[in-house]
Design a protein around this ligand. Sequence first.
Ligand code: ZN
Ligand code: ZN
Length: 417
Amino acid sequence: MASSASSVLSAQSSIKDWQESLYKDLHAHPELSHQERRTAGVVAEELRRDGFAVQEGIGGTGVVGVLENGPGPTVLLRADMDALPIAEATGLDYASTVHAADGSGREVPVMHGCGHDIHVSCLLGAGRLLAGSRDSWSGTLVALFQPAEETSDGAQGMVDDGLARRIPRPDVALGQHVLAWPAGTVSPHAGAFLSMADSVRITLYGRGSHGSMPHLSIDPAVLASMVVVRLQGIVSREVPPGEFAVVTVGRIAVGAKSNIIDDHAVLELNIRTYDRSIRDQVLAAIERIARAESAASGSSKEPDIEVYDSYPLTDNSTEATARVEKAFRDHFGDHLADYGRQTASEDFSAVPDAFGVPYTYWGFGGTEPGAYRAAEERGTVSADIPANHSPRFAPVIQPTLETGTAALVVAALAWLG
Ligand code: ZN
Ligand code: ZN
């Protein structure tokens, strides 16, 4: 198996120039979730060039390429394509200056701030290498490019649009994410790897009044503040120590002007958990607190509580992860790391779950290794190394592309080799 990986990867230097310019082009042309039309077009064109049978427009802008190459297992490799409403501040000469209308029609800056352009480039590169060396493997390769990971509904959208009828059932699904670790490293992890995520919007109702007449109001600013403080007790006082949970209030919106007491306030929360019973406990506590604080303020109307943007747990199969980890150890040697489970979330598992097949999803590094090591020595990694979703997130092109491409090839060949 190691020999089939090394023979497929021996052509890696020949795709380098093409892959780097593809990456810069994608980076300079980011598209928001559900708007990945140009990206999908580039993906479909490159897959066709490599001989894949291509289907477009699955779940909106999703693209799937299937490459049949004799008897053997079917391996699904997945990349996500969407970018974020962020004003890029990397200073790169291929930085994005794109603006676009978001889902609500608001004009926003757009940036590949999560590295999904890296994912697309690596998967197209892996597809090209495997298509160009069909003597070295046998089976069926499915390359899946999904829209809208950042809005949590892209993978499910492809499933709901009949994905299972359109492609062969995979034996395993594999995916990866570039993260702010040293470039060149790969980090598989068995079991729970990425957390479940939920957003919660709470609308709290008070009674509006003139700012000079607080006694005539039920002040939603005070009510919302008490809720925010009280929410801090969920993780520290209610969730068992040793269990993981995050409760973040990411947005507080109340009022328009200093001398007006508004009649309502809106809080937007983000919840992360690894365990379904802990998730249910946290959501129940949030609802209890919102209702009880509303009653304590004398509010005459119950709060509205809406759960949205929910992501499933990414729970890597033990067997599939062990197989990938062994292949990675043979290929990457010292560059194999285990950075442990991450608090980020992904909708990737919706695809393997729709087929009921095992999956594994790993992280790989995108930060210049020298800069990472220097920051580590200074103890300033979190201050100095921009992470995903930062306007300064700028993966180094190499060895990031080379590593992410090799990881997909090596992992796929653990079944197909
Ligand atoms: Zn992201
Ligand atoms: Zn991402």
